[in-house]
Design a protein around this ligand. Structure first.
Ligand code: CO
Ligand code: CO
Length: 300
């Protein structure tokens, strides 16, 4: 519990470790099917962040008694189809009544013990690679405030629904040891967890960090979820901004991500080959910085 990883791990034998996690949250979008798919992709993400492959899941849900039955079945269908895409079966679950809907999965996966990825596996010299762009929090908030364009809404829903499967396959093929997924604590929060667990520093390059198309447009209007300010307060003492950034630029790096990408710490000699392989399997990857000796995150 001192240094929590993305999921719990139970070694079964020399060939297999069981990886177990759960996550659930209130709706991030208005359409029930997409909400279910995003919640499931997010729950499965912690399995992928450990380098494991999911095989079994259970629904965990809270629904208001007056929620139309077709909403409920669409949420569960979105989750089940996403789990199927991941190669996992949803074998039941549990639902309670609550005022606000909540949905997610309890997910189980297997990983070879030698292939396990943790937050403590980053080494100085490694290259930091991210598998989804940022901006999900600012655009999700703009959607809730009816300020987002349809195009921006669809873009962010596509990214949030996307499994981290491809990134986990690449990490596994190239023997990556240090990884986490970027979710509610923002890029900087999760990057700091990786850095502190590995006893290293990180250097991030702003110009290389990917954002969804119009994330900056909403960020400039200071449309952020409350969690962005909380993240900033909580993590800012570990972050050195090495030049002057606009306020909204810094906030984008503290923006909570629902179902964000994997942050991988890749041995430097392997990055080019990994990027080539990523193109073959249609998995976007962005090099955003490097791991160094130290105890801070520097943003250039
Ligand atoms: Co995680
Ligand atoms: Co999680």
């Amino acid at each position: 519990m001192d240094d929590p990883d993305d999921a719990a791990v139970w070694r079964i034998d020399d060939e297999r470790s069981l990886v177990v996690t759960t996550d659930f949250f209130t709706p991030v979008v208005d359409t029930p099917y997409e909400y279910g798919a995003i919640a499931a992709a997010n729950s499965l993400s912690d399995i992928y962040a450990m380098g494991a492959e999911p095989f079994l899941a259970l629904n965990i849900a809270a629904f208001p008694p007056d929620l139309p039955a077709e909403f409920l079945s669409e949420i569960l269908r979105g989750g089940a189809e996403k789990a199927k895409e991941a190669g996992a079966v949803v074998a039941g679950g549990h639902t309670v009544q609550d005022k606000e809907p909540k949905y997610g999965l309890i997910a189980l996966g297997f990983v070879h013990p030698d292939k396990l990825m943790t937050k403590s596996g980053a080494r100085p010299g490694d290259v930091l690679v991210l598998s989804k762009p940022l901006g999900f929090g600012t655009i999700s908030t703009a959607i809730k405030q009816s300020k987002a364009s349809l195009e921006d809404m669809h873009e962010v829903i596509d990214w949030m629904s996307r499994l981290n499967k491809g990134a986990a396959i690449l990490a596994n093929e190239f023997g990556v040891r240090g990884a986490t997924d970027v979710t509610g604590f923002s890029l900087l929060g999760h990057a700091w967890e990786l850095a502190s667990a590995s006893n290293v520093g990180l250097r991030l390059e702003w110009e290389k960090i990917p954002f969804t198309n119009n994330a900056k447009h909403y960020a400039e209007q200071y449309i952020f979820p409350g969690g962005a300010s909380d993240n900033r307060l909580f993590y800012q003492s570990h972050i050195d901004f090495k030049r002057s950034f606009e306020e909204y630029e810094e906030m984008l790096l503290f923006d909570p991500q629902t179902s964000g990408g994997l942050l991988l710490s890749v041995p430097p000699g392997l990055v080019n080959a990994m990027q080539e392989r990523a193109k073959e399997i249609d998995q976007p990857l962005w090099v955003i910085g490097e791991v160094v000796e130290g105890d801070h995150i520097e943003v250039f």
